[in-house]
Design a binder for this molecule. Sequence first.
Ligand code: IVH
Length: 667
Amino acid sequence: MNKQQAEKEIHQLRALIQQYNHDYFVLDAPQVSDAEYDRTMCQLLDLEDAYPELVTPDSPSQRVGAEPVGAFEKVAHRVPMLSLSNAFDEGELRDFDRRVRQGVEGDVTYVCELKIDGLAVSLTYEDGQFVRGATRGDGTTGEDITSNLRTIRSLPLKLKEPTTIEVRGEAFMPHKSFLALNQAREARDEEPFANPRNAAAGSLRQLDPKIAASRNLDVFLYAVGEWEEETLASHSERLETIQALGLKTNPEWKKCATIDDVIDYVNHWTVERPNLNYEIDGIVIKVDRLDQQEALGFTAKSPRWAIAYKFPAEEAITTLTDIELSVGRTGVITPTAILEPVKVAGTTVQRASLHNADFIDEKDIRLGDTVAIKKAGDIIPEVVRVITEKRPDNAERYAMPEHCPDCGSDLVHLEEEVALRCINPDCPAQLQEGLIHFVSRDAMNIDGLGEKVVGQLFREKLVQTISDIYRLEKPALLELERMGEKSASNLIQAIDQSRSNSLEKLIFGLGIRFIGSKAAKTLAAHFKTIDALAHATYDDLIAVDEIGEKMADSVVRYFSEPHVDELIKDLHALGVNMTFKGREPSTSVSDSPFTDKTVVLTGKLEHFTRKELKDTIEAMGGSVTGSVSKNTDIVIAGEAAGSKYNKAVELDIDIWDEARLQEALNA
Ligand code: IVH
């Protein structure tokens, strides 16, 4: 065969394989046997081997061709990728319908679609060739995951027409791929993914496309981002047209002329949802006519012509066996429900925060109750309600204790706080929490002094106050259970090293109310020495950029306490540095998932301490702040996250669970 013949043959084989792929992966209707498919692919591979100069990127042999990348490039979305506002019940759907009909002229038809629970992606085709695929990112800028998307076999590398178009859709992991992946992970003793969405997101964030290829992802396209040649008048025509171009659309969409029809569709899929072989988390309802869409326009975040109906979160029923009370560093008493372990949305839940007394009261939660729990946003376990019919006869209303579960002092409500607090400055639980805070990463960062060892030292009365840490000597440490020679030496060395920390670490470590690590840095950089800070007046403090009234007030109060003066003197005498040493030059990382992102951490994470994670995110170019606002990019939510999580949902901020986080860190 000469080169010309080979070229012709290669073209034919590619067209054939493209057709086979389309039949199999897009239409779910294979026309040839696997053996026939493999034979055709082998022929193509052989020819391309013989004539490497004839290999083109759109060849079906080139899906996994790309080399691993160091990091993902940024991609700006010329048309922003918005999200949708949500409806949680029929009433909210009817409200949406009213708003729509008021806002447009003429009859309204809706298109209802399944809301695929995956990862939004944008695909760009130039002259029919797949050239770029990106994540949604923050809606304005995403990441270039072309190499990974190319491995999705239902995604055509070449369209049926040589048009230039940007289409959008959802990449997802079908149940079958998900189960196989988790089985394989468990066999290798790796943590399974909690749900297919995390698995899909994790797969697409792999730097090596071979890994993504092995994950068997799929994609449904449901929107047009940009298409200059477009002449269509409705969304339904768009769906039909992109399908005709060879792109995979979800077959279950339906036109509905009335909101009652929409509600029927919603009800139908609420029941049928378990029979699908992929995960959906709701229904998307879109106004069909494009001129009406245009008339309705957008809010800052989402189109007014579409809404997402969200299915209620999966619930599980279990028994509340106990309510555990913990005393935080600032004396706040937090009740936690101890539950009979139960599986919900992919993970086993055995604890749920009960937040405070009001929460328990409102829900009338009692010991021994059977409770319905759900994972809010499929992440944080939450008690939804009590199944009162199943209440044991003798169950009494739960009363928060009047005394601190640790030191027995009277508990109080401060000002208008819901929280109950122990205000005993000598409360052992608080002191211990205070010590744990002092040695933590962002504070004095004393390696080897974890929660357990601090607990031991505290119970053995070797350490009662912060300054005692600097009085520790090796022989005393060796008395502790499970403390070997080497650990003891290391610990002494770590303690010694911490003496030379820059001032901000000490300020943060003191645990002054409202002074987080960022404010501590600000204060250290401004006042330079602890003496200057201790003598600063409210006015001096408030004059510092980023120091608010509450903070200023708290600092003044803190340093006016008599024992603080003594503490500082002690620390000084024990050789602890009390001056600001200047910021370390920050290395900027331009291409990590956290670059320039503002991240908020909430809840308890299984595999990271807060400080570790914060350091890591900062090292990767992100910044970690304490509260959720519209400037927050990502909220990382662990178990028992509370109000920050709710705020993030309210503001429609990207919420990551731990699996998603780990994928980002591995990426
Ligand atoms: S339309 C302008 N249709 O849900 C908004 N979205 O918050 C265009 N999603 O980010 C989105 N299935 O990731 C649309 N059939 C569908 C969808 C869908 C899943 C996701 C998408 C989007 C989020 C909406």
